[in-house]
Design a protein around this ligand. Structure first.
Ligand code: EPU
Length: 339
């Protein structure tokens, strides 16, 4: 496909929160040549470049996004088998859930716990996507990127990706010079059910060796019970990150709220913010105007009707402030604000 540059393209329909303004310039690219063409255009006009994936974790500024928004549409999926290992290289533009479905149908183990996540494969390494006991860092083998400085494609190892909780090298200033073109996952033909996450354990009870299809079905069912349908309401999944606090701060929190859950994580203890919102602030299902916290999962912000991005942001700030006042814990947004 030849490069088509468009201007004034509304971004709301390209995001699951469905709000915000237009891109000054917009291009979908499905080849390295098209990507290079788009980047050259931006360089020539001195435009900032924003990469938009599946739009499931972003909040677009009401005034729109200045510069060029590029949407990677690389959609090939290549399988390479080495003994019981199968390397799956997926284009950044592939829908993550479509890839999961394909690997499950091929009886390959590794990403089945990531079933049902909206968004595209390109975002997987960027925010170290994770759910139900599996994170990108466990399954990504390497990432093929376009380096905007050297103007060449490169392969980054998982070490270079520097994965951390909802974080990676790609989120740093240096990392923003790279465009993810494809992600190679290392999957296996050997059964390896990962069902120790609480919800999965409860779902499977005594069944310790469920099939791949059963795990996919379970994850989708669990998600359906906790997340709103993004086709009908505005949502970005967890709008906030679960805070990671020091053990000392966690112990102090436990004195005040003895039941507060905590999970050891690099850098301290990860505390489920959903629990704090639900049991400390009692704001599950709380709504201000057209923005609220979902009635079945407090960590999920929901936009009803035509709320603007500013309304979403004001509400999220308000919730953040309330968490800080009640617990002293500082919360970060998981959703990325683009302007
Ligand atoms: N909880 C409550 N009330 C709530 C929500 C949660 O008490 O309203 C408690 C639960 O009972 C549970 C704990 O908090 O003990 C954790 O809840 P859950 O298992 O639903 O997971 P989470 O920490 O809220 C994280 C990810 C989700 C991911 C799930 C499952 C983040 C920010 N969120 O949510 O990821 O699907 O675990 O692995 O890490 C996303 O990133 O957008 C996302 C949806």
């Amino acid at each position: 496909m030849a490069l088509t540059l468009q201007s004034r393209i509304p971004l709301a329909p390209l995001t699951t929160l469905k709000c915000g303004g237009s891109a000054e310039y917009f291009a979908e690219v499905d080849s390295i040549e098209a990507l290079e063409g788009a980047l050259a255009f931006a360089e020539e006009k001195n435009l900032t470049v924003t990469i938009l994936g599946g739009g499931s974790n972003v909040l677009v500024n009401d005034a729109g996004v200045r510069g060029l928004v590029i949407r990677p549409m690389f959609t090939s999926i290549l399988y390479r088998t080495e003994g019981t290992d199968v390397y799956v290289e997926s284009g950044a533009g592939v829908t993550l859930d479509a890839l999961v479905a394909d690997t499950v149908a091929k009886q390959l183990w590794g990403i089945e716990n990531l079933s049902g996540i909206p968004g595209s494969v390109g975002a997987v390494p960027i925010q170290n996507v994770g759910a139900y006991g599996v994170e990108a860092k466990d399954v990504v083998h390497e990432v093929t990127v376009y380096n905007r400085d050297t103007k060449h494609a490169e392969k980054l190892s998982t070490v270079e990706c520097a994965f951390a909780y909802r974080h990676s090298f790609f989120k740093t200033e240096a990392g923003k010079r790279y465009v993810v073109m494809s992600v190679t996952f290392k999957l296996s033909t050997l059964p390896h059910p990962r069902i120790s996450y609480r919800d999965l354990k409860e779902y499977f009870k005594e069944d310790t060796a469920p099939s791949l299809e059963a795990i996919r079905t379970a994850v989708v069912a669990i998600r359906d019970g906790k997340f709103p349908d993004w086709h009908t309401v505005g949502t970005a999944g967890s709008f906030f990150k679960n805070p990671i606090i020091s053990r000392e701060v966690y112990e102090a929190l436990q004195l005040k709220f003895p039941l507060v859950p905590g999970f050891a994580e690099a850098g301290g203890v990860k505390v489920p913010l959903g629990w704090i919102l639900d049991h400390v602030l009692n704001v599950k299902g709380y709504r201000e105007g057209n923005v609220g916290l979902y009635e079945k999962q407090a960590l999920v912000l929901v936009k009803y009707g035509n709320a603007s991005s500013d309304e979403v942001l004001d509400f999220a700030e308000h919730i953040r402030e309330r968490v800080f006042v009640a617990t002293g814990v500082h919360v970060e947004f998981e959703a990325v604000y683009i302007a």
